[in-house]
Design a binder for this molecule. Structure first.
Ligand code: AMP
Ligand code: GLY
Length: 425
């Protein structure tokens, strides 16, 4: 098989690494990819993930058998539709289904239609409408979450713990237009409390096969402090969601959406990711993503012992994928550049990667890295994710933090408490 992976982050490096282990895979291209993927055998192609025409042209020319889009943007732009029109299979939903991630108001409407438990919410289109909606909430706007409707790289969500913060968030979206057109429509949502868990499922258009749970760490700093990022570390499984509960939660939060989309004539093929809050009154969906999470993908794929390419093809053909996972626990910690998720410098040399490559239970997935001569330097806010497999969560954590001691990159930082919530139990 000839495969094309779209994207250049740690998630896509993990996809490349796992796909390369499949005996079905003959040649693997990554567009635009990164130097970590290249070292694992991918051939890099300088095509942007948004350049749909170029992607289709390349896939045709290279007789690609399967395209695996990593990030949400090409999916919301319709890469699967464009590929399908050219007769090329893609492991990802069409643009219709990708609106689940591309529009938060659409996702809320779908949750209502499918009967999925979620926070009470209202949709507003102006500051005035927003202020009136705050007045009509039970909490009078004292504990709300203000969400820009469109894609905002994980930054368009403001958790407001007072009426003043809620008003400021509405002003940022409508008056200052901090999120551009993504903030033309805003979802106001009741603030939920509990622990957050990610549940990802392989979907064949009509059914869903959940992977074990994972837990992300979205805030930049220890103790969940600081601004929200794309994710600073993750582990799997999360002890809050294991055993039969995984299937029960998938029955309530993932399968109803898959059924509803199929009834609407748009079977969802790919990964559906439910971001959940485990509240006192049960799990509630905070958001849907229509792809693997980054960094959840890295620990999840480290646990996957079955063939990833085969599972993706099975879903595309409407068959049950074979998914087997190691009983071990995987944990990944992201090394980021100081300043991230705001402004940061590029070009710091990363030392110690060769030594880490010798540790069998550790894999370093690259995100923002670049090869300059014989050096590998930082080239993004999230630089890489050191991921390890251990007998227990504490083992995995100790392995990864020990490995991180062997890495150096000037002006970088990482959270010291990844996995702490799971070990506290
Ligand atoms: P989202 O992109 O909708 O998942 O929101 C990003 C983050 O904001 C989530 O991971 C939560 O930490 C937080 N968040 C979103 N919605 C809520 C909510 N209704 N209550 C509490 N926190 C929330
Ligand atoms: N780690 C969260 C996300 O991928 O959206």
């Amino acid at each position: 098989m000839r495969i094309l992976v779209l994207g250049s982050g740690g998630r896509e490096h993990a996809l490349v690494w796992k796909l390369m282990q499949s005996p079905l895979v003959e040649t693997l291209f990554a567009a635009p990819g990164n130097c970590g993927m290249e070292a694992d055998g991918a051939r890099l192609v300088p095509i942007d993930v948004q350049a749909l025409d170029d992607i289709v042209r390349f896939a045709r020319k290279e007789k690609i058998d399967l395209v695996v889009p990593g990030p949400e943007l090409p999916l919301t732009l319709g890469v699967t539709d464009a590929l399908r029109a050219a007769g090329i299979p893609s492991f990802g939903p069409d643009a219709y289904c990708a609106r689940l991630e591309g529009s938060k108001s659409y996702a809320k409407a779908m949750m209502r239609k499918a009967g999925v438990p979620t926070a009470a919410s209202s949709v507003v289109h102006s500051l005035q409408e927003g202020l009136a909606a705050l007045d009509s909430m039970d909490c009078k706007g004292e504990r709300v979450v203000v969400k820009a409707d469109g894609l905002a790289a994980g930054k368009g969500v403001i958790v407001a713990r007072s009426r003043k913060e809620a008003e400021e968030a509405l002003a940022a979206m409508f008056s200052q237009r901090s999120f551009g057109s993504a903030g033309d429509t805003v979802v106001l949502e009741e603030l939920l409390t509990g622990e957050e868990v990610s549940l990802l499922a392989f979907c064949d258009g009509h059914n869903a096969w959940p992977l074990p749970s994972a837990q992300d760490h979205k805030a930049a700093f220890d103790g969940d402090l600081g601004p929200n990022t794309g994710g600073m570390g993750a582990y799997s499984p999360c002890p809050r969601l294991v055993g039969d509960d995984v299937e029960h939660v998938a029955d309530r939060t993932i399968r109803p959406i898959i059924r509803t989309l199929a009834e609407e004539g748009h079977p969802f093929v790919g990964i559906l990711y439910a971001g959940l809050m485990l509240t006192e009154s049960g799990p509630k969906v905070l958001e849907y993503n229509v792809r693997f999470g980054d960094p959840e993908c890295q620990p999840l794929l480290m646990r996957l012992t079955s063939d990833l390419a085969e599972a993706m093809i099975a879903c595309i053909e409407g068959k049950a994928p074979l998914l087997t996972l190691s009983e071990k626990v995987a944990l990944g910690v992201v090394l980021a550049k100081e300043g991230y998720p705001g402004h940061y410098e590029r070009g710091s040399r990363i030392c110690g990667l060769d030594e880490l490559a010798q540790i069998p239970e550790i894999k370093v997935f690259h995100s923002g890295t670049k090869k300059v001569g014989s050096d590998i330097v930082s080239d993004g806010g999230r630089i890489l994710c050191v991921t390890g497999l251990g007998e227990t969560l504490a083992n995995a954590r100790d392995l990864v933090y020990q490995a991180l001691r062997g890495l150096s990159c000037e002006g970088s930082f990482f959270r010291k408490d990844i996995g702490a919530k799971g070990i506290r139990d």
